[in-house]
Design a protein around this ligand. Sequence first.
Ligand SMILES: Cc1ncc(COP(=O)(O)O)c(C=O)c1O
Length: 442
Amino acid sequence: MVKDETVMLSVAMSISGALRLKFSLFGERLGGRSAIRELMEDLGAALAGGREVCMLGGGNPAHIPAVEERLRRRWREVAEDPVAFARMIGDYDEPQGERGFIGALADLLRRTQGWRLGPRNILLTHGSQSAFFMLFNLFAGSRADGGRRRVFLPLTPEYVGYGDVGVEEDFLIARRPQVTLLNEPYFKYHLDLHDLPAAEEVGAICLSRPSNPTGNVVTDAELAQLHALARRWDVPLIVDGAYGPPFPDIVFTDAEPHWDERMILCLSLSKLGLPAARTGIIIAAEPIIDMLTGMNAVLHLATGSVGAALARDWVRSGEILTLSREHIQPYYRRRLDHALRTMQRALRGCAYRVHQPEGAIFLWLWFPNLPITSDELYRRLKARGVLVLPGHYFFPGLPEDPGDPWPHRHECIRLTYAQDEAVVERGITILAEEIKRACSSA
Ligand SMILES: Cc1ncc(COP(=O)(O)O)c(C=O)c1O
């Protein structure tokens, strides 16, 4: 070892020797291992690995040419306007978010949805992931009166990103769904509200609609049931509308967008094609927006301006709705039809079911009595260059119960059909080979 290297090594050792880090429980919870971190790192590593990967994992939206062309045009307009450009990159916005965007959105929602709201009902966040951190910790956890509340997830499987956002331990309560078998190969999850938690345990109810991971869209009637429950318990009903409606509206069934003061609707620009701009939108009663504005200031000073600057004119003109309806939704519909055809061809002869795809960008596949776990299936697929997500991650708040095991949670996988058709086709073909191999060697 040369002299310089020896000196460097001893400096590094003395630093690490001197450093005795002790973390808080909060630090350990958020900074340690979590399901969402594992998934995001795994996906990032696979993409950076240099090897060609069939990326059917992850939740990246598709690069839709009609959307990207408009974004490029808008980007050039902003870049060429000195005032708009300086405003977008050179000034902090307010902690509630960019006023022009918020005002335009309030107008649009009043005009097109008939919702009785104004700018004081809307807040922007750094993506909706950060919205869930703020909302969940606003309504759940320890209270000044000594009580403790949790967020109730009435319909698992549910979005993995809810799993680790609680500052305190044991933050979520979830329930299994009713499973309805439909015409082969479809099935559907429904709400099962027979075994509810005690009212005084719950600080908020939350669900994704459309659902990540299953593509389920809770019916208007089921949503009304949850709304009534929220009213009875006097808690908010948080609806995660990352996939719309009203935008990006990746919904293939009848589902009315709904909002009133009992509800907190979380929207996002991500699945519209702007995940890198990190722009989430919360629509809620004024006192809630006021609390979240305070939280935004403490956590972020201000929200990012880029998403609002790029999308503001679409909101003003209403183009955000037509773009969703005429370009984004049909694009995913075509991708979905292709993925379903490919799957039915490739998996012929295998025991499988797929959740009725009603929205979002995923297929949720169930292999009843699969001789290997979905985690093992994920590993075998990864070894062959195909990334999917094993289903067991998608049961936040529903610990395994040794007295009442539920094999279903180890029999499902999620795959996205947002990628190129050739990638989806190759991935599903290899998936079918692995399923057949697992079943024949059982
Ligand atoms: C259901 C759901 N909610 C929220 C998010 C977070 O979205 P973002 O933070 O990009 O707005 C995602 C991302 O995949 C999602 O699928």
